[in-house]
Ligand binder design. Sequence first.
Ligand code: NAD
Ligand code: WQD
Length: 351
Amino acid sequence: CIGVFEVVKFHTKRHRASKMRVLLTGGTGYIGSHTAIALLEQNHDVLLFDNLSNSQRHTVDRIRHITGKQAPFVQGDIRNTDLLTQTLRDFQADAVIHFAGLKAVGESVEQPIAYYANNVQGTISLLQAMQQCCVYKLMFSSSATVYGKPQYLPLDEAHPTSATNPYGRTKLHIEEMLQDLAASDACWKIICLRYFNPLGAHASGLLGERPNGIPNNLMPYIAQVAAGSLPFVQVFGNDYPTPDGTGVRDFIHVCDLAEGHAAALPFLHAQNGWHAINLGTGKGTSVLELIKAFAEANEIDVPYRIMPRRPGDVDACFASPAKAHNILGWKAQRDIQEMCKSAWLWQTMQG
Ligand code: NAD
Ligand code: WQD
């Protein structure tokens, strides 16, 4: 989206980027809590805004324990525009990182209204509150799901977008809404970060992903099998056109993802308009490779069985991380082994 000259200009500014006051919607959730740590460690001020529908209040204390800093917490729903407006004003926010939303693909097929209400209506409410307070800097949690079925790999930001389920459609609608907004008023500075497959947990074992019920995603499922809560991993298909026949994904450590947000803050500050940026590693790992890596890294048995393909899955999906590297100066650092070790530490600390 931006030319070489602008990138060079940005890089010189980047080192002068100052401390910011950042409101995190969904701040006590999985990615929000890790991002809060990355921002606090870089000396930014952070406020956590969350309705606790999929997270817990004790996360606020754990963030303080890890960083030694107290991030204020406001319990509320993003659809409460008045509360958001008041909170943005009181906190004197410079920017918002918008994580809050519902994220389960299967659930979105069964309850599309809940997904459009939370994700799309919630975002409209947030934008109205931001506009009222003249807070124009926004980073949005988007997803590789907006690329639909990959037409080529690796996926760069110019790949056509589409949606295959209501969850994905909420992300796409929000991205398009944000593009319209940026085009309507030059004040807005908006970045859509398209995450690939976040995994793992904070090295302390105090923060991680807590799925409700039986996990849908691969890593929490593997961890629960290793813990003996589930009998075996169901490997959904081994007849894909991939090296070992199982699905290939771009798994990224949640702490790398969190640091990607911190790296994007100076860019958010310096640029105008709307930008989409992938946060991935650029490396594809298969389902079987992940299961084996988990077993080896943690010296534990992970039984698995080959099952039929899961409807809606694609064979392979991985990012081109070049834009994030060129524009943000950010690159994922942690490997699959570290993702597996931290996920297991988190699992064992849950009891
Ligand atoms: P999460 O469920 O752990 O965190 C989301 C947080 O938002 C939760 O704490 C929840 O309580 C809160 N929340 C939900 N609806 C709210 C509302 N209406 N008002 C206030 N708070 C609300 O999920 P996560 O994995 O941390 O995901 C964060 C964001 O990243 C989501 O928007 C998700 O769609 C996106 N994303 C996640 C993944 C992934 O695999 N985890 C991948 C791509 C994109
Ligand atoms: C990964 C691979 C499965 C579970 C989802 C969302 C996506 C994004 C990230 C938010 C696939 C296989 C899985 C299991 C398995 N979220 N698998 N057995 O589907 O790539 O992405 O989370 O934006 O929108 O769709 O992640 O972890 O579910 O699956 O074999 O028990 O693991 O078939 O190949 P996915 P996943």
